[in-house]
Design a protein. Structure first.
Length: 474
């Protein structure tokens, strides 16, 4: 071949936008990006409500990100990238405790019975008999953290997030979701929060002035200036292949179908969607496996209040099952916004699948429930409510049930045999990851693209092994 290889990227979420940015920055390919929405960012985009920058839930750019990613984000955003102190709280045993946990706060505020049980779990861990049955999320946490924190926090929280009991969830979720696998490690994290023990970014996070989506937006702007073409409002009709080689992507156009021939297709859309779009169709076993892979939905409920500020906290966490929402954030507290005066917004994350009762409720109905939930928790809404808005996400979290790995392996193994095709990102690898992990995947994909348009499969396998060690930062 002559000239640069042609790369078509499916999806302009964080992984797709970062891949386009990395490829264009390195001058490795002629790149085009196809995105179904009218703007980039996916679930990590930002938007304004009443002049307040909002995200799809609570998003942070964590300092543990790969140094090359952090370096690029700092260069792209400059002074707009703020280093903010984490200031959240979690409700445990009917009490509010600072989150991330701080030693003095935990000592003074943890319910005495809870604290005593937690300490007892740590002392008795060497003598606790481990389960002999099949390993699951519940068994791994119970063995590592003990009954107190498992049953009081993690178990009710995951029931809410995934709609399944802990013993119906795979070990992988515990490995990816729970970075502290023992009470000792939790205490170690708390100790590192003490003055004199903290590093410059301990207990802090990066956040842009104009919402989390400003990061992806800056990558899109930079890549466009470098020659990347973005086609928004593009519905993918099919992914064409000749045997085991993907040759083109066909999308809708104003005057009919448009065919995009490519040397390499980088896909960041759900792998289940990829299987459905394959032409000719994927083998029957692959189609059945893809149909068995599930995602968890979510409703974001935005309560617009006539007050400057509701609380001083950026986020509240609700593990208790007495309230349906899992987390609440106040966007103005993320970027230290001073205005607009007399207004603030509370964003609630309500795990919910299409077909459940919450999904079909009107914004007004959800708003009334939201106010009642806060009142029940001792957070009364004493100011006037301007209105309530919602955003619905059908595929918010991958569901790691006990059978998911078997189904995923079938789909992933087949997709990995296709030449001219690479799937990555949160949706593309069915990964419960942070955004900085999606950026790392995108940079790795860019690194693995060869001058002839192929993929260095050995290098990609090494990166895939590294991805297995990604741990979610809350």
């Amino acid at each position: 071949m002559t000239g640069l290889p042609r790369v078509t990227i499916l999806g302009a979420g964080p992984a797709g936008a970062a891949a386009a940015y990395a490829l264009s920055k390195a001058g490795k390919a002629k790149v085009e990006v196809l995105e179904r929405a009218e703007r980039a960012g996916g679930n990590s985009t930002s938007f304004q409500i009443e002049g307040i920058w909002c995200d799809y839930g609570s998003h942070r750019f964590h300092p543990v990100a790969d140094p090359s990613v952090i370096g690029d984000v700092k260069a792209l955003l400059g002074a707009d990238l703020l280093l903010q102190p984490r200031h959240g709280r979690i409700r445990l045993g009917g009490r509010w405790i600072h989150f991330p946990l701080k030693p003095l706060d935990a000592l003074l505020r943890l319910p005495p019975r809870f604290a005593a049980s937690l300490f007892g779990d740590m002392l008795l861990k060497p003598f606790r008999k481990k389960g002999n049955g099949a390993r699951s999320f519940s068994s791994v946490l119970y063995d590592g953290l003990g009954p107190t924190i498992s049953e009081s926090f993690y178990f009710p929280y995951v029931r809410k997030l995934w709609g399944l009991d802990p013993d119906q969830l795979a070990v992988t979720l515990a490995e990816r979701r729970v970075s502290s696998g023992s009470v000792g490690k939790i205490l170690g994290k708390m100790i590192r929060m003490l003055p004199g023990m903290k590093g410059p970014t301990t207990g802090r996070f990066y956040y842009p002035r104009r919402g989390f989506g400003q990061i992806t937006g800056a990558m899109v702007d930079a890549s466009q200036k470098a020659g990347v073409d973005y086609a928004f409002g593009s519905d993918i009709l099919r992914i064409e292949r000749d045997g085991q080689r993907v040759t083109a992507v066909v999308r809708n156009g104003s005057e009919g179908e448009l065919r995009h021939a490519a040397d390499q297709v980088f896909s960041t859309i759900p792998l289940t969607t990829v299987v459905r779009l394959m032409d000719p169709p994927a083998p029957e076993a692959v189609q059945k496996a893809a149909a068995a892979i599930r995602f968890r939905g979510m409703i974001l409920v935005y309560l617009i209040l006539k007050t400057d500020r509701f609380t001083e906290y950026d986020a509240h966490y609700f593990p208790e099952q007495s309230i349906p929402i899992s987390r609440m954030s106040e966007p103005k507290n993320y970027n230290s916004a001073k205005g607009p005066n007399g207004l603030t917004i509370l964003c609630a994350e309500l795990p919910c699948d299409p077909g459940e009762k919450w999904w079909s409720m009107t914004d007004e109905e959800l708003g009334r429930h939201y106010v009642q939930w806060l009142n029940d928790l001792g957070l009364p809404v004493k100011c006037d409510v301007l209105r309530c808005e919602t955003r619905r996400i059908g595929q918010a979290y991958p569901v790691y049930d006990l059978d998911y790995q078997r189904h995923f392996d079938v789909v992933d193994s087949w997709l990995s045999t296709l030449d001219g095709f690479l799937s990555f990102g949160r949706q593309g690898l069915f990964a419960h990851d942070n955004t900085h992990h999606a950026f790392a995947m995108a940079y790795a994909a860019s690194d693995c693209l060869k001058a002839d348009g192929g993929i260095d499969r050995a290098a990609w396998a090494t990166h895939r092994a590294e991805f297995e060690h990604h741990r979610v930062e809350d």
